[in-house]
Structure formats: C-alpha cells, structure tokens
Design a protein around this ligand. Structure first.
Ligand code: HEM
Length: 81
C-alpha cells in the first residue's frame, strides 16, 4: 500500500467548507485542498467539488487536463479512499 491513511467517503464528505476544510477525491486518492482554494485560477468554482470527486468537473473543464495541474493536486494528497 501507499502508507497513507485510508479515509471513508463519509470522512471526505464532511470536509466541504473552508471552516471544516475542503477535501476532494480523484482516482482513489484524497486531497485536502483547503489552502489551494484561494489560489485557484478558476476562483470559487472549485468549491463545487468540495467533499466529492473531481472527475466530473474536470471532464467539464478540460483546462485541468494538463500535467502541471496534476502536479499541483499531488501536493495536497493526504490519503486514499
Ligand atoms: C483553471 C487547478 C478544481 C474550474 C485552473 C487552473 C489550475 C486549476 C491550475 C489553471 C490552468 C491553466 O490555465 O493552465 C485546479 C485544482 C482543482 C480545481 C488543483 C481541484 C483541486 C476545479 C473545479 C472547477 C474548476 C472543481 C469547476 C467546478 C476551473 C476553471 C478554470 C480553472 C473554470 C479556468 C479559469 C480561467 O482560465 O479563467 N484550475 N482546479 N476547477 N479551473 Fe480549476
């Protein structure tokens, strides 16, 4: 295994505000993106994915389909599902 903590979907779902922290999932990994929200080039839209999966949103906003976006995301990894 990766050695990272395993979280349940419920734990991820409970982090969907700046107060409680903003967590998202992507391809089986969990990310705490709280500190990135204010730096997001797409602004508050990022909060639409709070507590859930990035995939449907990134399918819609293809600007994320770039290596450098995945590099940013990887910095915020905190665990796996
Ligand atoms: C743009 C990262 C989630 C909507 C971007 C860019 C980055 C980024 C790096 C600039 C890309 C470039 O121009 O090269 C992220 C990360 C996310 C995330 C790390 C999650 C952790 C979302 C979500 C949405 C969204 C969930 C929509 C619901 C947008 C939009 C832009 C954008 C609309 C284009 C902004 C513009 O150029 O005017 N994002 N994003 N993003 N993002 Fe996100």
């Amino acid at each position: 295994t990766s050695g990272l903590p395993v979280f349940t979907q419920e734990e991820v779902t409970s982090h969907r505000s700046l107060e409680d922290g903003v967590w998202v999932t992507y391809r089986g990994a969990v990310y705490d993106i709280t500190d990135f929200v204010a730096m997001h080039p797409g602004g508050d839209k990022i909060l639409l994915a709070a507590g859930g999966d990035l995939e449907p949103f990134w399918a819609l906003y293809a600007v994320h389909n770039q290596e450098h976006v995945l590099e940013i995301l990887s910095e915020y990894k905190v665990g796996v599902l």
